[in-house]
Write a protein that binds this ligand. Sequence first.
Ligand code: ZN
Length: 388
Amino acid sequence: MNSIQILERLIAFDTTSTKSNLELIDFVRNLLDDHGIGSRLVESDDRSRANLYATLGPDDRGGVMLSGHTDVVPTAGQDWQSDPYRLEAGDDRLYGRGSCDMKGFIACVLAALPRMAEAPLETPLHFAFSYDEEIGCVGARRLADALAGFEIRPKLGIIGEPTSMQMVTGHKGKLSYRVTFTGLSCHSAYITSGVNAVEYAAELVAFIRGMNRRVQERNQVDASYSVPHSTFHVGNIRGGTALNIVPSECSFEFEIRNLPQDDLDALAHEIRHYADEVLLPDMQARHPDSGIRFDEISHYPGLHTPRDSTVIGYTRAINPVDEFGDNVSFGTEAGLFDDIGINCVVCGPGSIEQAHRPDEFVSREQLAHCDRLLENLVHRARERSEFA
Ligand SMILES: [Zn+2]
């Protein structure tokens, strides 16, 4: 099967995040089995989803990892011209949910499998296909944890998120929380007897908003990003029942998107510190059962691959177009793998502009470009033993 035929199969699996991806994983496993290649699964807690990891070639040295997420974003509420789970082939474009983000890349990798398997590789190639990337790199975090325990890990990683096949070497990280304030309810005529959860939450919201200014004044800026500093944002808030009742509950969600040069945990700590050391004592002085709870929603690190790193030189050598892409605003799994010593670059077919949208598509030309990169990769992996 060529990459388009495989893409057709992959799109037909509805692997919307949090739904099972096991049928797709089985499909991949069977293809690997056909070539006598074993794979291991790293499953979710309820075992309804799995990451797949496979090594082709020698298993005593590092090699190159090809990584992609198998999940897709939902189509609910989107106006599609065709069935999103059936590949619709136009003259230049191939439509379907996940066509560019990022089943197109996985299809190209699988289409190259017979060539990877037919002759011995000197440098191993690894497949790392994850689940639930779109809801915060959930699966890849597990996979990275598992990989961290392996004696031999990939040295380089190509993360095939849609970059129009340009090499992207940087993106921001992200950490998001739900914060729940618990105060004490009472009649609003007697506010001194209560603890107003909405008002305390509002103080933290204002503090988070102020972080944008403080970080710009204090931390570095990086002009290669369209928003050149770490950002803080509150996305929703809910609290209170009626005007004449002091509200006892309020919760909101916020996110931090950090430049990889800024310490994400330190930024989060500043916000938690203000909540725990300034707001909470004040609340508890009014009523001892008052509380502020932080629940993490998602967390992934940024990527900052230096231009002189090995993965850049390597990818330039095998990519027919060796342009660098701008740093991107969207997150990927690259930072997680980078954290365990796998030097990563983001490079894949299709444009992020088509991702997550109705009538998502990848062009035939982009898939062909990715096919060529993989062909060059296989050629090089056969010729040379690298990254031992
Ligand atoms: Zn993606």
